[in-house]
Design a protein around this ligand. Structure first.
Ligand code: HEC
Length: 187
């Protein structure tokens, strides 16, 4: 009787502890932070310059198609080269794959209040996570994420590709989401 009670207590303790280790814990590592900032910059510069080229070549419409078919494979190709993975998550996501988790939503809420631009590092299980806030920082973004700036034809193309789109109605300077880097087996 006593032994089985002990077993149950142990089971509850183990469950609680493993539950706790899933919650990302913030930590400092200046080397990983500066490396991540370099990668994040490279990633967002590539996205922005590809977006600009696509717009120059065929207007906003062409750039939407480009984003839809290439945004995620592009992420993968940089990831393979560097053995880490990039993504973007948002509280008001366009692509369903970019929906923020509960933990990410709380982080987004913090950035929304502080308006800070300082990235953060977290540890969870064997993964290390880097998050940097993404703000709407150019009028370019508003063509596809704004309010009146989004033309009727852009609206209808977006609706065809992303029927559950939550990513319009933003204004300049607003928090759009988070850039995320996952390190699976950090050295
Ligand atoms: C030509 C239209 C277009 C422009 C301009 C544009 N975006 Fe997007 N954006 C998209 C599309 C389409 C997606 C969905 C891509 C996908 O399927 O992964 C997207 C996705 C995102 C995401 C990922 C989260 C989500 O909602 O799926 C972020 C963050 C984002 N855009 C930020 C920006 C910022 C910041 C700018 C300005 C520098 C910008 N975008 C300019 C069309 C655009």
């Amino acid at each position: 009787m006593n032994t089985s009670l002990n077993r149950i207590t142990l089971l509850i303790a183990v469950t609680l502890l493993s539950g706790c280790s899933d919650k990302p814990i913030e930590f400092n590592d200046s080397e990983l932070m500066s490396m991540s900032k370099t990668y994040a910059k490279e990633y967002s510069n590539t996205l922005k310059s590809n977006l600009k080229t696509a717009i120059e070549n065929g207007g906003i419409e062409n750039a939407i198609e480009f984003c839809n078919t290439n945004a995620i494979p592009l992420t993968d190709s940089i990831s393979k080269a560097k053995q880490l993975s990039f993504s973007r998550v948002s509280h008001r996501n366009r692509n369903l794959l970019n929906k923020a988790s509960r933990f990410e939503l709380s982080l987004i809420e913090q950035y929304n209040q502080s308006k800070s631009k300082i990235p953060k590092l977290f540890q969870t299980g064997s993964q290390k996570l880097f998050y940097a806030p993404i703000y709407i920082d150019s009028p370019l973004c508003l063509n596809c994420h704004g309010t009146t700036q989004v033309s009727e034809s852009v609206k209808s193309t977006l609706y065809e590709l992303y029927p559950n789109d939550l990513a319009t109605g933003f204004s300049d300077g607003e928090l759009r989401g988070l850039l995320k880097i996952i390190y699976d087996n950090p050295q």
